[in-house]
Design a protein around this ligand. Structure first.
Ligand code: KIV
Ligand code: ZN
Length: 539
């Protein structure tokens, strides 16, 4: 059967990062962008450069490096680097900054937007519909002076008058827009309505045959994926998505759901993407670890239970034939069946080869560290699986710059006395700091001791622990999310306005000892908070 190509536009680093608590460091953003390119994403929306000088710098780094490196996946036009896109409100200043950041990419894109719904025009913009048409066309033309590739979004299109949309979109096409993205900004529409909206736009907008129509859905009523698929069936050829569906409020359409729906039900949709689906699990873990936002266990495709078959009747069916209860193979999304890969006597070369097979190309120093950690783990655990190696690598590679690192930890707990922790941290000046504290439990005691050393008042908003593999000797992964108490963290401008929200910081740690993993997770979140506070100089 003939299939039509759908461009995957990933906005994890922009809309995804707008979700509460998803603050990412610029190293983490770069690492995520590398992963997105490796999996074959067509367009990476790398950020909103006007938010802050740090945001601009983060987008610039991605444009420079990832925007000039061939991407993975399978694409009709080959392995060109991904398009790197920067978001800009319909203001000259924002567009200048977006260009400043993305111009370093081989294939840059400026994405500008202006609201078109009656409620947004009246209360947020305080503009007449005529002024909105004029401003939208003017700003698209302004962006076009810099860049051939200009995307325009009529914000809150889902609640806009379709006749008005045809007018605005017709004018921005004349002004040079090459992609028209139709956002259901507040996740209000149903799949039938969204299908009709997209069909109406395709049938009634002058010049639409010369541009790509895109869809961008939010999940407030849990219909983001269904709406996106409806929009693609109606003729849209770009889907805007995020890994794990993170994003404002209830989030955005998730990349893995759209990609796997198109892949698994290809005869129904007749649409295909260039995504290497085997990278999905790895990207999901990376984004969850960096943002500190855990994936719900029953989340489609990437949840811990997505391929688990607990009920006896299911297991019996599965043993007879996998397809009885499984519509996708776990390997297709890169979920490796836990298998013995290496043991205590495996050498450095065997580890290097196995890590390369898992997609980790390490330099000499990184391999030395990984090998030491692998040996420590192999001493504690009889079998070291791919999942263990993934956890070790996530922990080793994806940590923020460390101002404070854990050098030692000892706890006493149980029913006979006060839970006590003694921690030894290596500080920014290379000096050792030792502190003991008591708490309601060993984790609380360890966190109190760390607080007394680091002196950065904060509130712990979330703490979650999960086992990476089965068995009593499994590695435990801990995710935390914290928020600064004293308002000392510089605010960032949000592209869509609204009250500035306190920034929160996620951290992640993985160890066979969950108290040590907890201390590492807390320190990684604290290190991010310290970086944002400007107390110490960043590298
Ligand atoms: O949801 C939305 O409307 C957006 C726009 C900026 C495209 O994120
Ligand atoms: Zn959005």
């Amino acid at each position: 059967m003939n299939t039509t190509y759908i461009r995957i536009f990933d906005t994890t680093l922009r809309d995804g990062e707008q979700s509460p608590g998803a603050t990412l460091t610029s190293n983490e953003k770069l690492e995520i962008a590398r992963g997105l390119a490796r999996m074959g994403v067509d367009v990476i929306e790398a950020g909103f450069p006007s938010a802050s000088p740090d945001d601009l710098e983060g987008v610039r780094r991605i444009a420079q490096e990832v925007g000039n490196t061939p991407r993975g996946g399978a694409h009709p036009e080959g392995h060109l680097p991904p398009i790197i896109c920067g978001l800009a409100r319909a203001h000259k200043g924002d567009i200048d900054k977006a260009w400043e950041a993305v111009q370093h990419a081989a294939r840059p894109r400026i994405h500008t937007f202006l609201a078109t719904s009656p409620i947004h025009m009246k209360y947020k913009l305080r503009m007449d519909p005529e002024e909105v048409i004029e401003r939208a066309a003017e700003m698209v033309a302004y962006a076009k002076q810099y860049c051939d590739d200009v995307e325009f979004s009529p914000e809150d299109a889902g609640r806009s008058d379709p006749e008005f949309l045809y007018l605005v979109l017709g004018e921005v096409i004349k002004a040079g827009a090459t992609t028209l993205n139709i956002p259901d900004t507040v996740g209000y529409t149903t799949p039938d309505e969204f299908y009709r909206l997209i069909r109406g736009i395709i049938e009634n907008t002058p010049g639409i045959e010369n541009v790509i129509v895109s869809v961008h859905c939010h999940n407030d009523l849990g219909m983001a994926t269904a709406n996106t698929l409806a929009g693609l069936r109606a003729g849209a050829r770009q889907a805007e998505v995020t890994i794990n569906g993170i994003g404002e409020r209830a989030g955005n359409t998730s990349l893995e759901e759209v990609v796997m729906a198109l892949h698994t039900r290809r005869p129904v949709f007749g649409l295909e993407t260039g995504i290497d689906t085997t990278q999905i699990t790895r990207m999901s873990r990376m984004v969850s670890n960096y943002t500190g936002i855990p994936v719900q266990p029953n989340k489609a495709i990437v949840g811990a239970n997505a391929f688990a078959h607990e009920a006896g009747i299911h297991q019996d069916g599965m043993l007879k034939h996998e397809a009885t209860y499984e519509i996708m193979r776990p390997e297709t999304v890169g979920l490796k069946q836990s298998s013995l890969v290496l043991g205590k006597h495996s050498g450095r070369h065997a580890l290097k080869v196995r890590l390369a097979e898992l997609g980790y190309e390490l330099d000499q120093d990184e391999l030395d560290t990984a090998f030491q950690r692998f040996k420590d783990l192999a001493d504690k655990k009889k079998t070291v699986t791919d999942a263990d190696l993934e956890a070790l690598m996530t922990d080793q590679l994806y940590q923020p710059r460390e101002f404070y690192s854990l050098d030692g930890l000892q706890v006493a707990c149980g029913t006979m006395g006060m839970p006590t922790a003694t921690v030894r941290l290596c500080g920014p000046d290379g000096q050792m700091h030792v502190q003991a504290a008591i708490g309601t439990g060993p984790v609380d005691a360890a966190y109190k001791a760390i607080d007394q050393i680091v002196q950065m008042p904060n509130t712990l908003l979330e703490y979650a622990v999960r086992a990476v593999t089965e068995g009593i000797d499994a590695i435990g992964e801990v995710s935390v999310r914290i928020q600064a108490d004293n308002g000392s963290i510089p605010q960032r401008t949000s592209p869509q306005g609204g009250r500035p929200r306190p920034r929160t910081f996620g951290g992640h740690g993985a160890e066979t000892d969950i108290i040590v993993a907890s201390a590492k997770a807390y320190l990684s979140a604290l290190n991010k908070l310290l970086a944002a506070s400007g107390r110490f100089e960043n590298p």
